[in-house]
Design a protein around this ligand. Structure first.
Ligand SMILES: [Cu+2]
Length: 364
């Protein structure tokens, strides 16, 4: 089985970064925000809200001008050149032999590839100028990974030397895209004031959309939406809808990734185990950053519904593995996970990618 990851590891929720305001840029330069430039969710918006969006999505400059990106979230600014898709998780050797709490090897043990985050996603690619669409340029995730509460990510700057239309994306979130339109030097471009107005207008659209999305409710019974969001505004709520569901013994619950651009998991098991998987979802191993197979892979061979009695794998561990967003190609991997509950009880689960994305199934 081949697992492709197109749109991975989001660290949800509005970033409490530095207090970067929407300052007017100097002439010949324009600022774009990767993620919402907000300190906290606006009134009435879920703390699980995020936005996978470049504000504004499109900017127009003259050749010779510089674009500065401020990073508000787990994002990159990536001009992919001919890379399609741009590499994110790449195979890097085989999984070590790994046994569950019942001393049985997992189905992927010793067999499935180790998934390492590609150096092209982690490290900055290229210098500070770009002169054509074939040029590969990327801010790199290291800029975000090495930032702390008191040291926000260094802004990413690129000077565009030649006219053209330059599309870019986030290497982590495949649906998060932007464009830089470069006109010949001397031609008029929108003023800094109108760029700032475009940012505010896009933010307002995101927030209005979040108000709708946080009310999400599956129409079918025995169904849980795993996250919800729209690519058009970047709005995303990293929560389960509903967060608590009561079912009867023998019922099969279908968990569906309802997000357009972000991945999630559905992971059952002891709280300590889940917390540990979340903490080490992407963890350094030697010089590489690898995805934890207990989080990234399904706990059981992919196929039909999995039966759950609260004691699976010796300790109650059960995992969907990465569920791909609705916007991902079918080849990227599964978008849903089905569980048949066979024993009464209260079962807690979570997404091990997004903090505080928790759910409960009560089985009567
Ligand atoms: Cu999630």
């Amino acid at each position: 089985m081949r697992l492709l990851i197109g749109c991975a590891v989001g660290l949800g929720v509005f970033v409490a970064g530095s207090g970067v305001g929407l300052a007017a840029g100097k002439s010949g330069s324009v600022t774009v925000y990767a993620g919402p430039p907000l300190q906290k969710p606006p009134a009435g918006i879920s703390p699980h809200a995020d936005a996978l969006f470049f504000y504004p999505r499109s900017v127009t400059i003259n050749a010779g001008d510089t674009v500065t990106w401020q990073l508000f979230g787990f994002h990159t600014v990536t001009f992919a050149g001919s890379h399609n898709p741009y590499p994110f998780a790449v195979p890097a050797g085989k999984q070590a032999v790994t046994k569950d709490a019942a001393s049985q090897p997992f189905w992927w043990s010793g067999e499935a590839p180790v998934l390492a985050i590609s150096p092209m996603a982690i490290l900055q690619q290229g210098g500070s100028t770009i002169s054509g669409r074939a040029d590969v340029r990327s801010s790199g995730l290291m800029r975000v990974l090495s930032a702390g509460p008191k040291s926000p990510p260094a802004p990413y700057e690129l000077t565009f030397t030649s006219p053209g239309i330059y599309h870019y994306q986030c290497a982590v979130h495949g649906g998060m895209r932007g464009v830089v339109i470069v006109r010949p030097a001397g031609q008029g471009t929108p003023s800094v004031a109108s760029e700032a107005a475009a940012v505010q207008a896009a933010l307002a659209r995101t927030i209005a959309d979040l108000r709708q999305i946080q009310q999400t409710k599956p129409k079918k019974s025995l169904r849980v939406f795993v996250g919800a969001g729209h690519v058009s505004t970047g709005a995303e709520v990293t929560a389960f809808f509903p967060a608590q569901l009561s079912v009867n013994v023998g019922d099969t619950v279908t968990f569906v990734n309802h997000d357009q651009t972000d991945i999630h998991t559905v992971t059952f098991g002891p709280e300590k185990l889940r917390a540990n998987i979340e903490k080490n979802f992407a963890a350094p191993q030697g010089k590489r950053l690898v995805l934890n197979p207990l989080g990234a892979f399904p706990s059981d061979p992919p196929g039909g519904a999995v039966e759950y009695n609260g004691a699976n794998h010796g300790n109650g561990y059960l995992n969907a593995g990465i569920l791909q967003p609705q916007g991902a190609p079918a080849a990227a991997g599964p978008k849903m996970f089905r569980v048949t509950f066979t024993k009464p009880g209260t079962y807690h689960y979570e997404c091990v990618i997004h903090s505080n994305m928790d759910g409960t199934i009560v089985v009567h």
